[in-house]
Design a protein around this ligand. Structure first.
Ligand code: NAP
Length: 548
């Protein structure tokens, strides 16, 4: 019979959010914490997504932890945007520097989580039969951590190699001399296509929806820029919290795109194209994400760029996005993506016009043709935002199930907690700005809020907290209202659950911006956790120690 291991707090996931939760719960609150991680190492997204070309689309000086000034100063990023091996190395460095590994159990996938009201304990059961309990459970399970391969007919029949970008083999893949297919042209596909094209004998890309893709303009880190940034890191971090996306260094726009002349607009867009990055474009004018006519001016500019880079005019038209406003699907940053299509051995299949019907023993059959391949890469995305939480059977002993509660879409208070599931905290859950922000900053902000909340409970002799159904309903409606005032819901994006057949079409992230969101979180706390109810510590103390 397996023993039950007892802790003060359990954290599921050792990505950046889980690691920071462990650090703060352990070192600030003095709790006995256990992290349970499915992978064989730390890093979350950066542990699993090892496909060639994988890189962050937020600049490395911003995309890093902000909680420790010494850490900021001692780490040096080699390039403007960190690539996957560098970021993973950085996360490993953080784990070592703060001695975090000793509280993490790797290769441990949690598949059940049950809350018992009588004892005020969460019990987590793992795939390998382990049982862990604690009064506090933090789900740091990630937003893009459940890779998804579409349910193609004949999936099992294909006799060649298959890979998903989100589950890439650690030993790497050699595509030399192979006929390779890539299905999907989101961030993962766009990053990996130019690299695979450099190896494969032939590369055929299956594109269902053309995306807006902007140049990253990556390169070696400018050491002067780095030195300046490091000299003012505290100001940068503080300023980042005052922005919509949690990224500093971009002055907020003051003017509508429609107030500028076409010449002025094109000059500004050209400058932003040359500078690289996505925030820069979204910040060009005030109304790019709220007014379709304003948005159209950027779309037309980008279409012009695609036509000027891609030599075959028919191919260029297929690559021009035409079914959603720019920025309403995650903008993609590239290095040499459009140029790849000028190579003789690279082909594009319009999977909108001729959808994939099936995989065959030799390759892929669309409604128009059959193609033979040695390897197929699925760059087909994730069951985003709710997938990882729904994969764990989360229940309260009164029978309430999170999956059932979320049948029509996720309901949360601030993307941090759910009614009916006391002491279960989510890091950057649905209803928070997480995926629409610099993720590490949002993870830190959530963890800090959770830690302050637990400290408040300890001071006030409270053992359990949960949001009221009303507060949760009001917040979820607010998230919807804010999204409805923008162009975001016009795109069939993973933000809307639109990439998963049968998933409810609900816009999941909070797009009111980091600044407004953080102010709301602080206001809730300042009002004694308005919208939440507490249960007194008559049965359990929060700061228990010892296992078994
Ligand atoms: P994604 O954006 O969801 O893209 C999936 C792609 O697969 C889409 O082009 C989709 O087409 C296509 N697809 C899905 N099912 C298909 C089918 N049955 N037939 C043909 N095509 C199909 O996934 P992702 O590229 O992995 O990116 C997900 C998110 O991860 C990004 O948006 C970003 O937030 C994050 N990410 C970030 C970075 C970075 O920092 N640079 C890198 C990678 C990922 P449709 O559009 O038509 O559905």
């Amino acid at each position: 019979m397996s023993t039950v291991k007892r802790f003060d707090a359990l954290v599921v996931g050792a990505g950046v959010g889980g690691l920071y939760a462990l650090y703060r719960l352990r070192d600030k609150l003095g709790l006995n914490v256990q992290v349970l991680e499915a992978g064989g190492g730390v890093g979350g997204t950066w542990y699993w997504n090892r496909y060639p070309g994988c890189r962050c689309d937020v600049e490395s000086l911003e995309y890093s932890f902000g909680f420790d000034p010494e850490l900021e100063q001692e780490w040096s990023w080699p390039e403007r945007y960190g690539n996957q091996p560098e970021i993973l190395q950085y996360v490993n460095h953080v784990a070592d520097r703060f001695d975090l590994r000793k509280n993490i159990q790797f290769e441990t996938r949690v598949n059940h989580a049950t809350y018992e009201r009588k004892t005020n304990l969460w019990t987590l059961r793992t795939e390998s039969g382990g049982t862990f309990t604690a009064p506090v459970c933090v789900m740091a399970t990630g937003n893009l951590s459940v890779p998804r391969v579409p349910d193609f007919r004949g999936l099992e029949d294909f006799e060649g190699e298959t890979y998903h970008t989100g589950l890439w083999p650690h030993e790497g893949v050699d595509f030399n001399g192979k006929r390779v297919a890539v299905i999907g042209t989101g961030s993962s596909g766009v990053q990996t296509i130019p690299i695979i094209a450099g190896q494969a004998e032939t590369l055929t890309v299956f594109q269902r929806t053309a995306n807006y893709i902007l140049p990253a303009v990556n390169g070696p880190m400018n050491r002067e820029v780095e030195a300046q940034h490091k000299a003012t890191y505290r100001e940068h971090r503080k300023a980042a919290y005052e922005t919509p996306f949690g990224i500093s260094g971009y002055p907020p726009p003051t003017k509508s795109a429609l107030e500028a002349t076409p010449e002025e607009r094109n000059a500004l867009y050209e400058q932003k194209w040359q500078d690289g990055g996505q925030i820069s474009f979204l910040y060009a004018y005030t109304d790019i994400l709220t007014n379709d006519d304003a948005n159209k001016t950027v779309r037309e500019f980008v279409h012009g760029k695609i036509r000027s880079i891609v030599k075959d005019p028919n191919l260029a038209e297929t690559l021009c996005p035409n079914d959603h406003p720019i920025g309403t699907k995650r903008l993609v940053l590239d290095t040499g993506y459009y140029e790849t299509y000028n190579k003789q051995h690279v082909h594009l299949v319009n999977a909108r016009k001729a959808p994939i019907e099936a995989l065959t023993p030799n390759g892929i059959r669309t409604t128009e043709a059959e193609y033979a391949f040695d390897a197929i890469v699925f760059a087909t995305g994730f069951d985003a935002m709710t997938g990882a939480l729904k994969e764990i059977d989360i229940r309260a002993t009164d029978g309430r199930s999170l999956t059932q509660d979320w049948e029509a879409g996720p309901y949360t208070m601030l993307g941090i907690m759910c009614a009916g599931f006391p002491n279960m905290f989510m890091i950057t859950g649905p209803g928070s700005p997480g995926v629409k922000s610099q993720m590490i900053l949002s993870c830190e902000q959530h963890v800090d809020w959770i830690v302050d909340c637990l400290a408040y409970m300890r001071e006030n002799n409270q053992a359990a907290i949960e949001p009221t159904d009303k507060a949760q309903h009001d917040w979820t409606m607010h998230v919807k209202d804010v999204a409805d005032a923008t162009l975001y819901p016009m795109a069939a994006s993973w933000y809307m659950g639109a990439n998963i057949p049968g998933k409810p079409r609900v816009f999941m992230p909070y797009v009111g911006g980091v600044k407004r969101y953080k102010a709301k979180c602080e206001d809730v706390a300042a009002k004694g956790y308005e919208g939440f109810t507490f249960a007194a510590a008559d049965k359990q103390e929060l700061a228990m120690t010892g296992d078994d």
